[in-house]
Structures are given as structure tokens and as C-alpha cells.
Design a protein around this ligand. Structure first.
Ligand code: GLN
Length: 495
């Protein structure tokens, strides 16, 4: 039998359902892959016993001729989703020993569809970062290495563990969260598909909050079809999340018709940045040509507020984070340091529990929300946000989707931006505007840089038009026909 870890999510699903292999065999193959790839540090917590118990349940379902939509398929879960009885750390020391007594709605939906919990993946602490170097549990290694320097590369962030697990064939699918790009950017850096749904499409209940008005869960897979299948199991209205939107989730997989004839693809001029690597610019042009050759119409559009998206995001997101993270006080959750009195307890617990980037965000956010600066920063940023959304609304009056690069570079060398937060924040320049407007977005592997590292293109669509998003992404994926895979050097490196 071919290696079960090479199968796409769709092939794994079909194989379990038809009895070609059992869910237990499929799960065991992936558990072995998790163990064989510990050198990547993609997982914070492995859950082999639970995985095998869930797989046995799946095999019983198949035997009873009652399979659910994703029966027996192992899925890796970003360690930001609460999992009942399984430690959930958010990549932070402050939640290092937190075991939730409840299950997030999104993960519950996946288990109800027959998914199998493979383990909890590494991430930037509280999903703050673009390189997965901000995790209390250590950095994740990108499975890809450049042909020229062989140096360790970051997998992107914050969903870096999920991205690495899927890129390294440790899991056929994983889920992440995307606040300003944390699914799409790591997908581009690791050569996989990463999709952020419309804000409100997936429930946020039971997901550790970063910036509540931006956070969205989404699928990370090796194909567009797999992303559609996984999202179908995750999405849906949830009365427990007041921002969950009561619109039935369509059959996303059925949207992949393989054609884009007559579709209008917008190319936003403002995404052409000074100093952008020529390879990325060329790939973007190539992507538009592929879609035009497939029958789509390419239309230049203007999004004049684009340049303000990043600065506004880095006010809004830290402001919400500073409020959300106030709950980690040493009293109610997680870590508690010894202290003389209450103030001392808060201070010592939070000082030792939060890492440097999280503390920076709390300081920026608290400052932006303080009485004297609220109008100048937070309110202003909210106004900018409204204008950004208006830009997109107008563009979507003439086009169906937008095509842009996902990130301004390929995966960078580990440690190369750690001392420069602004350089790190600039990674989100193409993903943040869509987040500010709550739009669905997807990164599709579209090519490789001269040094062999993967590059992605992003498609953005109208709110709740994930079907058109998937349809265009699927055609782009087929046209690009990327087949390169990372060499499995981590297997020799050992655990
Ligand atoms: N890199 C961005 C940040 O650090 C986005 C993170 C995310 O989407 N969770 O805020």
C-alpha cells in the first residue's frame, strides 16, 4: 500500500469510507509521522491514545455503514482551540498547564463530522506573530530549506505548527486561526493552502481570543478541495458566539467546478509595493495570466486606503488583545506566582507568564485605549477600518474576486527579524487589509522562488462568497500545477 501519509484529505476520506484501509491504519500512519518529525517542533501536545480511540469509533461507523462526512481523517489542531480534557496552552507559559473542561465549537463540529484529533500544534504565543518564534514551547522549523544556504527557515505564523504539519505530510489537514494573516501567510511560507473564511462564518466560541473582531478559524491543507471539505465540517451558526452569522454553510466542495469563464478578477494597484522582490511581482502577473487563459477577465482596481491598513491593524488588534488578556490574572486561569499581596500577584504572574511580544501588545493596546489617547488612536483606527471596508465594497461592485500576493517575501531565515518588530509586522501587509474588512481569503501555492522555497498567491472575495473564492482558487491551483515537495531531512535528523 502507498504511504497513507501521502494521501490528500479527500483521498483519505474516500479510502476510509470505501474500506480500502481502516481509520485505525490511517491514524497509526499519521501518529508514526508525528513521532518521526519531532525535530520540526510542530506539536505542543500529541494525542495518540485519543486518536486511536476516535479511529476505532470511526471504523465501527464504517462497519455499520454509517460514515460521517470526514470519517476517520486525522486532523491537527492549533493549540488555541480548547479541547475537552486535552491541554490547551495558546503557546504561552501562562496557560502551560491549562486543561479545558469544554470543547470549542469548531473542533466539536470537526469531531461530529468524524475527524480524529492527532494533536495540538505549536503557534506564536496567543497567535501574535508572523514566524512562530514567539512560542513559549520553542520555534517551529519550516520543512522547506532553501537550495542555496540550507539555513533553517521560519514556517510563518502564527499558525506555524499547523502549516508545518500539513507541509511535512504529518497531517492531511489542520486548522488554524487568522486575525491578520496567521493562516494565509504560513500557508504561503510552507507551500500549502490556507483559507480564512468570512468573519462570522466559523464560531469563535471556545477559541482563545486574541482580537475578537478579527479572529477567524480556517482550514490548512495541501489542496483547495481539501480546504473546502474541512471548512464544510467547521463552519456553521453557533448561538454561543454572538458574532456567528446565521447563514447556512453551503456545500463548499461542490463549488469547485474547475472553470472561471466570465469571472472578473481585480488586480489592486496599491498592492504593488516598492522594493517587492521581482519574483513575487512576476508570479502575481503570471497568476493573472493563468486566470485569463482560463476565461476570466482581468480588471485593474484601486484600493486607496491599503497603505493605512497595517498601522490601523496594529492599533485595533493590540487594543482588543489588551482587553482580552486581562483575564489572565493569576486568579482565574493558569499560572499563579507567589506574591505578597494582590497587586504583586498580578504583576509577578503576568510578568513571568507572558512573553515579550505579548507584553508589547498589551502595552500598545492599553496605551491606545487610555483616556487621553483613545480618540487619537483607537477611534481613528476604527474610522480607517471602516474606510478600508468601503474600498473593498466599491471594488466588488465591478469584480468578483481580487488576486494579490500572499506575503511580500518567501520564508525568511530563522532569527533574522526577531529584533525588529516593525519588519516582522510588515509581513502582514497583503493579508491584513482583507482581515480588517472581514473578507474571506485564501493562499494557494503558485510557484517557487529561485532558491526553491514556496510562494503563494492570495484570492479575496466578497463576504460569504466562499464558493467563488474556492472556485477561482481551484483553477489557479490547477494552472500553477505546483508539484515540488520538501525533502524529508527531518527524518534523518531524528526525534
Ligand atoms: N502576524 C499578525 C500579528 O502578529 C497576525 C497574527 C494572526 O493573524 N493571528 O498580529
Amino acid at each position: 500500500m502507498a504511504d497513507l501519509t501521502d494521501l490528500t484529505l479527500a483521498e483519505a476520506r474516500d479510502g476510509v469510507r470505501s474500506g480500502t484501509f481502516s481509520a485505525t491504519e490511517l491514524t497509526q500512519a499519521h501518529i508514526d509521522a508525528v513521532e518521526g518529525a519531532r525535530g520540526l517542533n510542530a506539536f505542543i501536545t500529541e494525542t495518540p491514545e485519543r486518536a486511536l480511540a476516535m479511529a476505532a469509533d470511526s471504523d465501527a461507523r464504517v462497519a455499520a455503514n454509517d460514515p460521517r462526512p470526514m470519517e476517520g481523517v486525522p486532523i491537527a489542531i492549533k493549540d488555541l482551540f480548547c479541547t475537552d480534557g486535552v491541554r490547551t496552552t495558546a503557546g504561552s507559559h501562562i496557560l502551560e498547564n491549562f486543561t479545558p473542561p469544554y470543547e470549542s465549537s469548531v473542533t466539536q463540529n470537526i469531531w461530529d463530522a468524524g475527524g480524529v484529533l492527532l494533536g495540538k500544534t505549536n503557534l506564536d504565543e496567543f497567535a501574535m506573530g508572523s514566524s512562530n518564534e514567539n512560542s513559549f514551547f520553542g520555534p517551529v522549523e519550516n520543512p522547506w530549506r532553501a537550495a542555496d544556504d540550507g539555513q533553517s527557515r521560519v514556517p510563518g505564523g502564527s499558525s506555524g505548527g499547523s502549516a508545518a504539519a500539513v507541509a511535512a505530510n504529518i497531517a492531511p489537514g489542520a486548522i488554524g486561526t487568522d486575525t491578520g494573516g496567521s493562516i494565509r501567510q504560513p500557508a504561503a511560507f510552507t507551500g500549502i493552502v490556507g483559507m480564512k473564511p468570512t468573519y462570522g462564518r466559523c464560531s469563535r466560541w471556545g477559541t482563545v481570543a486574541f482580537a475578537s473582531s478579527l479572529d477567524q478559524a480556517g482550514p490548512m491543507t495541501r489542496t483547495v478541495q481539501d480546504a473546502a471539505i474541512l471548512l464544510e465540517s467547521m463552519a456553521g451558526f453557533d448561538a454561543k458566539d454572538s458574532t456567528s452569522v446565521d447563514i447556512a454553510a453551503p456545500k463548499f466542495e461542490a463549488a469547485l467546478t474547475g472553470e472561471v469563464k466570465g469571472l472578473k478578477i481585480g488586480i489592486p494597484d496599491e498592492y504593488r509595493l516598492d522594493g517587492m522582490p521581482s519574483e513575487i511581482e512576476a508570479l502575481w502577473t503570471q497568476g493573472a495570466e493563468w486566470l485569463r487563459d482560463a476565461g476570466a477577465e482581468i480588471v485593474p482596481v484601486s484600493l486607496p486606503m491599503t497603505q493605512y491598513a497595517l498601522p490601523a491593524y496594529y492599533i485595533v488588534a493590540p487594543a482588543e488583545a489588551s482587553s482580552n488578556l486581562a483575564r489572565y490574572d493569576g486568579i482565574r486561569y493558569g499560572l499563579r506566582e507567589d506574591a505578597e499581596d494582590l497587586t504583586d500577584l498580578y504583576e509577578t504572574t503576568r510578568a513571568s507568564g507572558f512573553g515579550g511580544e505579548v507584553q508589547r501588545r498589551i502595552l500598545i493596546g492599553t496605551y491606545a485605549l487610555s483616556a487621553g489617547y483613545y480618540d487619537a488612536y483607537y477611534l481613528k483606527a476604527q474610522k480607517v477600518r471602516t474606510r478600508i471596508a468601503e474600498d473593498f465594497r466599491q471594488a466588488f461592485e465591478t469584480v468578483d474576486v481580487l488576486l494579490t500576493p500572499t506575503a511580500p517575501s518567501e520564508a525568511f531565515v530563522a532569527g533574522s527579524k526577531s529584533d525588529d518588530p516593525i519588519a516582522m509586522y510588515l509581513n502582514d501587509v497583503f493579508t491584513v487589509p482583507g482581515s480588517m474588512a472581514g473578507l474571506p481569503g485564501i493562499s494557494v501555492p503558485a510557484g517557487n522562488a529561485a532558491n526553491g522555497l514556496p510562494l503563494g498567491l492570495q484570492i479575496l472575495a466578497k463576504p460569504f462568497d466562499e464558493q467563488t473564492l474556492f472556485r477561482a482558487a481551484h483553477v489557479l491551483e490547477m494552472a500553477a500545477g505546483v508539484t515540488a515537495r520538501p525533502t524529508q531531512w527531518w527524518k534523518e535528523a531524528g526525534a
